[in-house]
Design a protein around this ligand. Structure first.
Ligand SMILES: Cc1cc2nc3c(=O)[nH]c(=O)nc-3n(C[C@H](O)[C@H](O)[C@H](O)COP(=O)(O)OP(=O)(O)OC[C@H]3O[C@@H](n4cnc5c(N)ncnc54)[C@H](O)[C@@H]3O)c2cc1C
Length: 547
């Protein structure tokens, strides 16, 4: 066999893509979409080749390297785009997503360390706290002067956040909250920044006021003193070696009646007065819970976007390798054939490249929606629900795609793909867990189904007989496109496709858009029909629909 192209593989990350000409530049610009300038600026300021971790670093060294590298980025101005809700504009919201995207081109541990510190810890303060708390903690969090954790998951409950067991009980006599882990299963676990670096944590638990459980809320709890020693009542352990992301120090935390002042409750959605009375602008506890989680949707969008970039990096490495690597002499010449001349090799990579573009365009729509909805205090709750549904669905699709694609790319590079210096094995190991954190993919897809069915009920459920007939007529007339938010472009495409004959329509983008719409409508219709026929309180019947 020829060994014409030896590892290391061609580094696909040289430059930011803006120096490319012709088709490459046009594709890069198209993929960046409306945020091309912002993205080019980000990649130029924090180039990926400046942030690759030596894969041979052990656990302790990787953690030290990751924190140091993140510190250098922050000193150079990175990660300051998380702003409190009252100061949010579409630009600030978009910038916070693009900041995260930018560093996912490099080492995923640095990206996730920033995700924990800026996105989750900073994001919880910004999204769940009030102005005084923003003033007191946010800048220090973004500048890494206070390293923090986002402590939601417990040993007993990960996906089922509503069932967390940690308690946050108000002691009216002392004017303090008491944070407690009542059982072994209520210990927080897998918490980023917990094992070594975190000094303060945003802790999620059941808020108990005057004996009444007000549901899951979030409170700031100090973990360590200035010397790094754990504070009284706090026990911390190290989750140890993981399947990837070695630079992030994940750990577990238990609280034994830890007392915290009243003003540490992040109380944008629910507060406790000194006299022990609870108040919230949202009366319905269920709606309050989902509003609180909704305020944290950015993390999910970031993880989907980060996975998409990891997949694109892998595809870029494998495609460039496929162009240069040759195997087997061509029967009609003395030359060996490049891998990409083999159709089997093309079939591995080209559909994945097409899908990467499609997911990239979808992610662009999502981040625009996020910028618009999250910066508008008076947004329509239906827009928020649509945003959360899209974020959940795209996070699941992007991360699933990334995991499958990185493995394909690894194999497409043969033995060279297995050498750590060529990045693919580390990318694969680090990106794997993106399918689990920020919402397990299966559970997220169930959320999507729930969101779509709720929309369906809103459209159809409230209609009387005449309304149903009119709505059906509108549906047949093309209103289905509006319903799913596919927008004016798709509507125009469909209209054009309909004017064409059957033979040409088959090749028309509008026809394809129409078929996707039809497929969605058909799936939702039949699912809704099955649900209507089922007993919704029957676990078995609802469960059977997931099969
Ligand atoms: C490296 C790493 C870092 C993390 N960092 C943090 C952090 O900083 N802060 C934090 O709070 N958490 C963190 N987590 C926790 C993470 O968010 C959870 O692991 C995740 O939410 C899944 O919860 P779980 O592990 O309990 O899995 P489970 O919820 O127990 O899920 C296990 C399996 O059961 C399936 N399943 C669950 N429910 C259903 C259902 N209703 N129907 C069908 N299937 C179902 C899931 O699909 C999955 O396959 C981290 C985790 C890891 C691994």
């Amino acid at each position: 066999m020829s060994t014409a192209t030896a590892s290391p593989l061609t580094d696909p990350l040289a430059g930011d893509g803006s120096a490319e000409t012709g088709l490459g530049a046009a594709l890069s610009t198209a993929l960046d979409g409306a945020h091309h300038r912002r993205r080019v600026a980000g990649r130029a300021a924090f180039p990926a080749d400046g942030m690759l971790r030596d894969p041979a670093l052990g656990l302790a060294e990787a953690r030290v390297w990751t924190l140091r590298r993140l510190g250098e980025f922050v000193a150079a101005g990175f990660g300051q785009s998380i702003v409190p809700v009252e100061r949010a504009t579409p630009e600030t919201q978009l910038q916070s997503l693009i900041d995260f995207e930018t560093i996912t081109y490099g080492d995923q541990s640095v990206a996730i360390k920033s995700g924990v510190q800026h996105g989750l810890f900073g994001g919880a303060i910004a999204g769940l706290g009030t102005a005084a708390q923003h003033e007191r903690f946010l800048t220090d969090a973004l500048q890494l002067r206070i390293l923090g954790c986002f402590a939601m998951t417990e040993r007993g409950h990960g996906s089922d956040v509503a069932s967390l067991e940690t308690t946050i009980s108000y002691d009216a006599d002392a004017g303090e909250f008491v944070v407690h882990s009542p059982h072994e299963s209520s210990a927080k676990t897998y918490i980023g920044n917990a094992a070594a670096d975190g000094h303060l944590a945003t802790v999620f638990g059941q808020l108990i006021v005057d004996g009444v459980n007000q549901g899951v809320h979030c409170i700031l709890v100090p973990l360590r003193d200035a010397d790094g020693a754990t504070l009284p009542g706090v026990t911390i352990g190290d989750n140890g070696h993981k399947g990837g992301l070695l630079g992030v120090d994940n750990g577990w935390i238990r609280f034994d009646h830890v007392r915290v002042p009243r003003d540490m409750l992040l109380d944008r959605f629910g507060s406790v007065r000194a006299d022990g009375s609870y108040s919230s602008t949202i009366d319905n506890p269920n709606r309050r819970f989902f509003s609180m989680l909704g305020a944290l949707v950015r993390g999910r969008i970031c993880i989907g976007g980060g996975a998409a970039i990891a997949a694109r990096v892998a595809l870029s490495i494998a495609t460039r390798y496929g162009e240069r690597r040759t195997q087997f002499r061509h029967p009609h010449s003395d030359e060996e054939s490049p891998l990409l001349d083999y159709l089997a090799h093309q079939r591995k990579l080209l559909p994945a490249i097409a899908r990467a573009y499609a997911l990239g365009f979808a992610q662009n729509e999502l981040i625009d929606d996020y910028g618009r909805v999250s910066s508008d205090a008076a947004h329509d709750p239906r827009d928020q629900r649509a945003l959360e549904t899209l974020a959940a669905g795209l996070k699941a699709l992007n991360t699933e795609f990334a995991n499958a694609t990185i493995q394909t790319c690894r194999e497409a590079c043969g033995g060279a793909g297995y050498m750590s210096e060529n990045r693919l094995t580390q990318l694969r190991a680090d990106t794997d867990v993106f399918a689990t954190f920020e919402g397990d993919n299966t559970v997220l897809l169930q959320l999507v189904a729930k969101g779509v069915l709720t929309d369906y009920r809103d459209v159809w459920g409230g209609l009387d007989r005449l309304g149903l007939v009119q709505a059906s007529a509108r549906l047949v007339g093309g209103a289905v496109i509006e319903r799913t938010g596919a927008g004016l472009l798709a509507e125009r495409l469909v209209a054009t496709a309909r004017r064409k004959g059957d033979a040409t329509a088959f090749y028309d983008r509008g026809w394809h858009a129409w078929m996707f719409e039809e497929r969605e409508r058909h799936s939702v219709d039949s699912l809704a029909r099955r649900l209507r026929a089922a007993d919704r309180d029957s676990f078995e019947q609802v469960n059977a629909m997931q099969d």
